[in-house]
Design a protein around this ligand. Structure first.
Ligand code: GLU
Length: 474
């Protein structure tokens, strides 16, 4: 039997694609890719009050940005309600489910009684074997699963191991409500079956659901998919992930300037590892990922690590590609307007030329845009306070001293510029740094920037000399 692997990502569109959901999608996507199978997307939109089209769109866009697109068009769970109803009725016909006419008052009473006896609330099975002819007139029944009363249900989980649930703790859950709408538990099972899902990979908050869902699969005589319940992501302090810790939608990470390669690389390492490898390309991940290696313990989200990983992928990106990516992402970045300070062709040309110096320092696209600003600012430059101080403290004199040598440079290249500046520094008994500092302040208006010879070269002779002349005090 060589069954094709089918995984699914099944978000509820009640909010954006959050970071935990993105990791779940990534694991499903990688598992499918690793096995040459496919990943499907099911939008669990049965809660009509809380679901929205905007959230569906954000989820699909978030997945597309991360490169984790599903292999088929998304399936709406809500639209499949008739099929869910059909299965509930089939279960009645098979004797695996029954109509229950218990009133709300009766159910409340059962719950109260259980609470008083300190038992978990559990439906007492009062309609399980009762003849439907006894049904009270005018009451619309629910359909309940005829769950086994004793024995246990075992979830064979690839991450959690064998997890056993005594059946006495799993009551006759409702499959179809009295208004004919399916419950979540029924909908998930029917959809997973009909979609041909072979592997379920999801958060371990669904582990108890897995036992109940197993009972439904078994009642229908369907194969139970292979389950993997992955640990949730916690904050750096070990507490449940909150906004403060990074429990944000993926679009927030896009706005913070992370690359999909960086974010995916960081996320895959949350709960899963491959030896000591920290840095992995998507191809590495596809080759190496296996759900058996996912840890049971909660993973901790750490912004510093995310930044470090992202910085790696920025430094190892090709210059032209990174420049284009930065420009394409400018609508999402809070400081994206920096990339609109000149016409697009000029911005792209200057960015690409400056990129080797820029990308060494930046950990995010936001930092990259910020450090590129010097390329596009107009003369005379607005100086940051510290830069102004350097120029005021003798820096202007230094610039006046260096200017003639720079003007004399024929070949406006890093080595020639460096040689010229060094010579002036040596001739005047100054350390190179003492000369570089005011040059940087005058050329960029700041005290930090890529290497000053790079800056000179990238700006070009005319612009660089003009910026220096503006500050030479002459
Ligand atoms: N819709 C559920 C959620 O967002 C996932 C259900 C599942 O994966 O079975 O948590």
């Amino acid at each position: 039997m060589n069954e094709k692997v089918v995984t699914r990502f099944a978000p509820s569109p009640t909010g954006y694609l959050h970071i935990g959901g993105a990791r779940t999608a990534l694991f499903n996507w990688l598992y499918a890719r690793h096995h040459g199978g496919k990943m499907l997307l099911r939008i669990e939109d049965t809660d009509r009050e809380r679901s929205s089209e905007a959230a569906v769109k954000a989820i699909i866009e978030g997945l597309a940005w991360l490169g984790l697109d599903a292999d088929e068009p998304p399936i709406s769970q809500f639209e499949r309600a008739a099929r869910h109803r059909e299965v509930a009725e089939e279960m009645i016909a098979r004797g695996q489910a029954y109509y229950c006419y218990a009133s709300q008052a009766e159910l409340d009473e059962m719950r109260e009684k259980a609470r008083a006896q300190k038992r978990p609330p559990r439906y007492d099975g009062r309609w399980r074997d009762r003849d439907p002819s006894e049904a009270p007139a005018g009451v619309k029944p629910v359909i309940r699963l005829r769950a086994p009363l004793d024995g246990e249900t075992v979830v064979h989980d690839r991450v959690q191991g064998e997890v056993r649930f005594p059946n006495k703790d799993l009551d006759d859950l409702v499959l179809l409500r009295s208004d004919g709408t399916p419950t979540y538990m029924l909908a998930v099972v029917v959809d997973d079956h009909d979609m041909g899902v072979t592997h379920i990979i999801r958060g371990d908050d669904h582990l108890t659901n897995a036992a109940r869902q197993t009972l439904i699969f078994q009642a229908m005589g369907w194969d139970v998919p292979v389950m993997s319940h992955i640990p949730l992501i916690h904050g750096a302090d070990g507490a449940k992930l909150s906004k403060r810790h990074g429990a944000l939608g993926v679009e927030a990470y896009r706005e913070m300037g992370y690359l999909p390669a960086g974010l995916n690389n960081y996320l895959v390492r949350l709960g899963w590892s491959h030896g000591d490898d920290e840095i992995m390309s998507m191809d590495d991940m596809i080759r190496w990922f296996d759900v058996d290696d996912v840890n049971k313990g909660a993973a901790r989200f750490d912004f510093a690590k995310l930044e470090a990983v992202n910085g790696y992928w920025m430094r190892h990106s090709e210059d032209g590609w990174l420049a284009e990516t930065l420009m394409r992402e400018r609508d999402f970045l809070p400081n994206g307007d920096i990339l609109r300070m000149a016409d697009d062709a000029t911005v792209l040309r200057l960015l690409t030329a400056a990129m080797p110096g820029l990308k060494e320092r930046a950990k995010t696209l936001v930092e990259l845009a910020d450090s590129a600003a010097y390329l596009f600012v107009r003369r005379p430059l607005a100086l940051e306070e510290k830069a102004e101080q350097i120029l005021a403290d003798g820096g202007r004199g230094v610039i006046a001293m260096v200017l003639p040598a720079l003007r004399a440079v024929d070949d406006w290249s890093v080595p020639a510029l460096e040689a010229a500046v060094r010579q002036v520094a040596e001739a005047n008994g100054l350390k190179l740094g003492k000369v570089a500092q005011p040059l940087r302040a005058a050329l960029t208006g700041r005290t930090t920037s890529p290497g000053v010879f790079d800056v000179l070269a990238v700006l070009g002779r005319e612009e660089a000399l003009a910026r220096l002349a503006d500050q030479s005090g002459a």
